[in-house]
Design a protein around this ligand. Structure first.
Ligand code: PEP
Ligand code: MN
Length: 339
């Protein structure tokens, strides 16, 4: 923490800040500048709260110097984390493609789409069994029946399955059936759910909250890791802005920032970012060029009949083109240092 004093701060005001720092058993190190003094807080055992200083007479600002997250940070672990899901490795050096419908609607629907996406090159199959819908009157998912269908897809195709866990009461059930548990954008700061995910033996795919800063997102990952589960995959899925040309705004700059800050893998979901299929292919290409470790894409063989998110779901032949194009891009960009 660096406490920045006003230009007009008096020696007594500086002394008062020093005393507050020392009362917390930290060392105060005043640093005289050209026209103002800043005071470094050293030897702190844990995070220092800026509100201790803001409001004291003569204090202009209190700026944190170190990050509030530890376990997710490269300062704790320099090498990239690789996550093993069955035979699929997620993380640096690999491009992992997760694909499937927004929601599992029936066994025939899931099996048909799984067949297409596997053939095109998907590594993992996705599909919601418990759906977080904006309207309570929209299709809410098939629940356990959907999970059973996912298990059958895994059995038939060999693809591990990813599905969302929405709440505490259904956690054990979803954990039993799925290979990767997704925590959705609306639940990114559901702290009791994050803590339960931290006790899970399954990898967690943590989507960025649609109004979350990168720091808040990494703190959510820290919640999971702090409970002992270090298998966290981050997923950028767009943030809410003022535009109308897409459902959300894909924040691709999150990819290099997260890769620099954290050792955890980061994938991109262009489908929920765009909300419309014509943007999914270009955003996928851009995400892979930006060094994302993978993509999660919605695909449906009859999107016009889909019970959710049909407008953003790719037709199987479009997904086939996507896989070929991003594989080519990864061949060029995948081996490069992102920073
Ligand atoms: C989803 O992936 O099915 C989903 C609901 O995504 P998000 O939480 O990003 O909206
Ligand atoms: Mn969806």
């Amino acid at each position: 923490m660096l406490v920045v004093m006003d230009v007009s701060a008096t020696p007594q005001q500086i002394e008062q800040v020093v005393k507050v720092i020392e009362s917390r058993e930290c060392t105060a190190r005043p640093i005289p500048g050209g026209d103002r003094v800043s005071i470094g807080v050293l030897n702190n055992k844990g995070p220092v709260d800026a509100s201790m200083f803001i409001g004291l007479p003569g204090v202009k600002d209190a700026v944190p110097i170190t990050k509030p997250y530890k376990l997710v940070s490269r300062e704790t672990k320099t090498g990239d984390t690789l996550i093993q899901v069955g035979e699929v490795t997620i993380g640096n050096g690999h491009l992992t493609i997760i694909a499937g419908p927004c929601a599992i609607e029936s066994e025939t629907q899931a099996m048909t789409i799984a067949g297409y996406v596997k053939k095109a090159g998907a590594h993992l199959f996705r599909g919601g069994a418990f759906k977080p819908r904006t309207s309570p009157y929209s299709f809410q998912g098939l629940g356990e029946e959907g999970l059973k269908i996912l298990a059958k897809v895994r059995e038939k195709t060999g693809m591990p399955v990813v599905t969302e866990v929405m709440d505490f009461p259904t956690f054990d059930l979803v954990e039993h059936y799925a290979d990767v548990l997704q925590i959705g954008t609306r639940n990114m700061q559901n702290f009791s759910l994050l803590k339960r995910a931290g006790e899970s033996y399954r990898p967690i795919l943590l989507k960025r909250g649609m109004a979350a800063t990168i720091e808040e997102w990494l703190m959510a990952a820290e919640y999971i890791m702090a409970q002992g589960n270090h298998q966290v995959i981050l997923c950028e899925r767009g943030v809410r802005t003022f535009v109308h040309h897409s459902r959300n705004t894909l924040d691709l700059s999150a990819v290099p920032v997260v890769r620099k800050e954290s050792h955890l893998p980061i994938i991109v979901d262009p489908s929920h970012a765009a909300g419309r299929r014509d943007q999914v292919l270009p955003l996928s290409r851009a995400a892979v060029a930006a060094n994302a470790h993978g993509l999660m894409v919605e695909v449906h063989h009859q999107p016009e009949k889909a019970l959710s998110d049909g407008a953003q779901s790719l037709y199987p032949d479009q997904f086939d083109i996507l896989c070929r194009q991003v594989t080519d891009i990864f061949a060029v960009s995948g081996g490069q240092e992102p920073f």
